[in-house]
Design a protein around this ligand. Structure first.
Ligand code: GLC
Length: 556
């Protein structure tokens, strides 16, 4: 009998459209904030070698990919988001060789690597800005207002506080939506486009699997740079389209990048992705960034900012899923990152809620980002002395977290969304990770740590939590293991099941997820076989008692 041999065909995927299966559609991606992850050389600052040495930990945790925050040559005016050379590694973090080795080591473990790209602005130490002639063409210089040009060209505010303009010795002004050390690029200049495409190719050639696009809603400014006529502009970001954020023109840039990414990936049989850090006023406007010919993912900050209330969570989830479904994209869930108050603290200082919120997130269809340390249940550090603070917003009197997204202003935020940070600044979520031991630096490295770690973190270290089934670390490990094993999780259908007030019940194929957002037990008819719970559930013959602030996954 002859057997017809057919070569296995790859899953169908229309090139360039992003439709069809893709690893990123349900990937769990772990954010490594390099400076605070692991230090190999004892200078108290995390580095690429430190990160490489800890990759087995991430493999064991069960994530699919790693996103590395900027490690490029930088004066560090904004934690490396002020890049002076996009093709060089800052000596603080190592060398290009270290980056290469890290990418290879990750791939050997089956982990993909995403790196940050910062296209809205460079460092003021970037060679383009240092050269007055080039600077005038490639950044946004304007004459001032007033009799002798002594007033800024318009009323725009820096998201870190103060005017968005700084006057040069030559008398003109340049725009910086963030710190003065971060001048905004002029994206009307084709040389800027060409340079960023070349930078992307440089890192793709080193093997990266994608880019997290910093301030993906920036870059294009409304023609004529019109006044806003309103103060406290940081609080408007993500609440409305501003003349400097979420302008429709940004989408042409994302389309060009998608062509580049698809072309590069198709030629090598891999999928390389872009994920937008974009603050848009609605789920619908955010979905524009993930249309089939734009970026692959966009962080869902509406979910991050949702209060711990069942109705609010349900409507944010519904709106997000509907908006992304309308463009054929998955939703990209996130609860914590290096710019916001850690979710243990933000959700009312409740580790129980944080654990429940994570299990809810991991049960939703789509991809999810984890921020280093959340798997340890780390709280925000809220008592850092002023002399150790480094967030540029702290020195400019702004509110950095409010600056990079809505809902962090305590007055206007939905209930609970802003709670608990240290005056709205971002150092408290960037304290170096505790790995082992009873005393700082808790195995972070052979030296100290660039921000002081709390004296009571001995019980939160990776070593202390490993093997303890009640620990947050083991909860994350178990959830990620189930997510890999159960075909009904990740990308795919979801629907709501009836549930009492204050409780959410959602079904995925073969699975039911219940979330009790109330502070007390709620009884339910037993819905299935408990698989995993963020807090112990009691099940008798007919009734399941869901503890307050808990989430449970049931096999159905
Ligand atoms: C993004 C980064 C943030 C940085 C800002 C300016 O929001 O996440 O850390 O300060 O962009 O680059």
């Amino acid at each position: 009998m002859t057997q017809e041999l057919t070569s296995p065909s790859p899953a169908p995927q229309a090139p360039g459209t992003g439709r069809g299966p893709g690893w990123w559609r349900d990937a769990v991606i772990y954010q490594v904030y390099v400076r605070s992850f692991a230090d190999s050389d004892g200078d108290g600052i995390g580095d690429l070698r430190g990160a490489r040495e800890r990759l087995p930990y991430l493999k064991d945790l069960g994530v699919d990919a790693v996103w590395l925050t900027p490690f490029y040559a930088s004066p560090q005016a904004d934690g490396g988001y002020d890049v002076a050379d996009y093709r060089a590694v800052d000596p603080l973090f190592g060398t290009l060789q270290d980056a290469d080795e890290l990418i290879r080591a990750a791939h050997d473990l089956g982990l993909r690597v995403i790196v940050d790209i910062v296209p809205n602005h460079t460092s003021d130490r970037h060679p383009w800005f240092q050269d007055p002639e080039l600077a005038r063409q490639r950044y946004l210089f304007r004459p001032g207002k007033g009799e002798s040009g002594e007033l800024p060209p318009n009323d725009w505010e820096s998201v870190f506080g103060g005017p968005a303009w700084t006057r040069t010795d030559r008398g003109d002004w340049y725009l910086h939506l963030f710190a003065p050390e971060q001048p905004d690029l002029n994206w009307d200049n084709p040389e800027v486009h060409a340079e960023f495409e070349a930078i992307m190719r440089f890192w793709l050639d080193l093997g990266v699997d994608g880019f997290r696009v910093d301030v993906a809603h920036g870059m294009i400014k409304a023609p004529g740079l019109p006044d806003i006529g309103h103060g406290a502009q940081a609080q408007l970001i993500g609440a409305q389209v501003l003349p400097f954020f979420d302008q429709d023109g940004v989408h042409a840039i994302h389309r060009a990048w998608r062509r580049l990414l698809d072309g590069y990936g198709d030629a090598r049989g891999k999928q390389v992705i872009g994920v937008a850090e974009a603050w848009a006023p609605s789920a619908e406007r955010l979905a524009l960034y993930v249309r089939p010919d734009e970026l692959h993912q966009a962080f869902n900050f509406q979910f991050l900012n949702a209060p711990w209330q069942s109705d609010a969570l349900r409507s944010v989830i519904d709106a997000s899923l509907a908006a992304t479904a309308s463009v054929g994209a998955p939703t990209t869930w996130v609860l914590s990152n290096h710019d916001v108050v850690r979710h243990t603290t933000r959700l009312g200082g409740s580790l129980a809620r944080a654990r429940a919120a994570t299990l809810l997130m991991l049960a939703l269809p789509g991809s999810a980002y984890l921020y280093q340390g959340e798997e340890l249940g780390l709280p925000e550090v809220t008592d850092l002395p002023d002399e150790v603070r480094q967030d540029p917003a702290f020195f400019r009197g702004g509110r950095a977290t409010g600056a990079v997204g809505p809902g962090t202003d305590t007055e206007s935020a939905p209930d609970g969304a802003a709670a608990g940070g240290q005056d709205g600044f971002r150092d408290g979520c960037r304290v170096p990770l505790p790995w082992s031991g009873e005393l700082p630096p808790y195995g972070f490295g052979p030296g100290g740590s660039w921000l002081p770690q709390p004296a009571d973190w001995g019980g939160l270290t990776v070593a202390a939590q490993t093997g303890d089934p009640a620990s947050t670390l083991e909860l994350y490990r178990a959830a990620l293991e189930l997510r890999r094993r159960l075909p009904g999780l990740g990308d795919g259908p979801m629907s709501w099941a009836p549930a009492p007030d204050g409780v959410l019940a959602l079904t995925r194929p073969g699975l039911l997820c219940t979330v009790n957002t109330l502070g007390h037990d709620v009884g339910l008819p037993v819905p299935g076989t408990p698989l995993l719970s963020s807090a112990p559930v009691t099940v008798d013959d007919a009734t399941a008692q869901l503890p307050g602030d808990s989430c449970t996954w049931w096999a159905i």
